[in-house]
Design a protein around this ligand. Structure first.
Ligand SMILES: C[S@@+](CC[C@H](N)C(=O)[O-])C[C@H]1O[C@@H](n2cnc3c(N)ncnc32)[C@H](O)[C@@H]1O
Length: 254
């Protein structure tokens, strides 16, 4: 708990990220990971392995771009640091844990940025103005050897909508943000690896309740890999409720 409070107090956040709940969310991830380390281990390892297994597609002369670095729990820092042109990690929130971890990796840079292009206008702008997501997310389309979207796609709408969305406006904004992110990945001039959860299975008794965390129509074809992430065993969210995510990896532009 003290670690979570310290994290909230010491993060640096892109404009609108704190107001949009992302600082609280990253402190929550820190606590949940600490409590459920054993249940999360395989997902974190599978994500790292999926990234390292596809890094041979990267142009050695350009840095690798990784979006959604967060606490770097699922980021293979050794492998990224050994990429010839290094790596750039992006997240809207920069924690002191990440700053500390990256000190050992001279060829990895970190940049705080909003990958939706909406956080500042939505949370800090004129409340009467209707903010629409851009058609294509403001990601760098050139200049990288490979792009990795690292367990972030389902999270991008959460500053603007509940999951699942509670009304038509939220459904539209969720779809539009995720579509803009995938469009940008597909428009990049380099291979891209999209790793994301796409389904949440909430089980209480014998009756699983399934929530699509990404609209299946938006997903770009067949994944190269899929696995389960038991994110919340019974007791984490509520006694008798188990939450599991279906995660996939999609290799694009190759
Ligand atoms: C589930 S975490 C990804 C896991 C992360 N790789 C780790 O190991 O901690 C999702 C990340 O997306 C980031 N995020 C959410 N919305 C964002 C936005 N609009 N721009 C940039 N990052 C965002 C959050 O700050 C969080 O770190």
């Amino acid at each position: 708990m003290i670690e979570e409070i310290l994290t909230v107090l010491t993060v640096r956040a892109a404009p609108g990220a704190r107001e949009g709940g992302l600082v609280k969310e990253i402190a929550g991830i820190l606590g949940r990971h600490r409590r459920q380390r054993k249940f999360w281990a395989e997902h974190l390892q599978r994500t790292k392995e999926s990234i390292t297994a596809h890094m041979h597609h990267a142009d050695p002369k350009e840095p690798i771009l990784l979006m959604g670095a967060g606490l770097c729990l699922d980021v293979p820092l050794d492998a990224l640091n050994s990429h010839q042109a290094g790596a750039l990690l992006i997240d809207a929130v920069e924690t002191r844990q990440t700053r500390r971890a990256l000190k050992a990796y001279p060829d990895i840079e970190f940049e705080r940025a909003d990958l939706t292009g909406m956080l500042a206008d939505f949370w800090l702008g004129d409340k009467n103005e209707v903010i629409s997501p851009p058609d294509i997310a403001p990601l760098p389309l050139v200049g990288h050897g490979m792009a990795i979207s690292c367990n972030i796609l389902s999270q991008l709408p959460l500053a603007f909508s509940a999951s699942p969305p509670v009304n038509e406006t939220e459904t539209k904004i969720t779809d539009a943000i995720q579509k803009a992110h995938i469009r940008a990945l597909l428009a990049m001039d380099c291979p891209a690896l999209l790793i994301t959860d796409y389904e949440r299975v909430e089980t209480s008794g014998n009756d699983p309740h399934i929530v699509q965390t990404v609209n299946p129509d938006l997903l770009p074809g067949d994944p190269v890999d899929v696995w389960d992430w038991p994110i919340a065993p019974s007791g984490e969210v509520a006694v008798g409720l188990e939450v599991r995510l279906k995660v996939g990896a999609w290799l694009l532009n190759v």
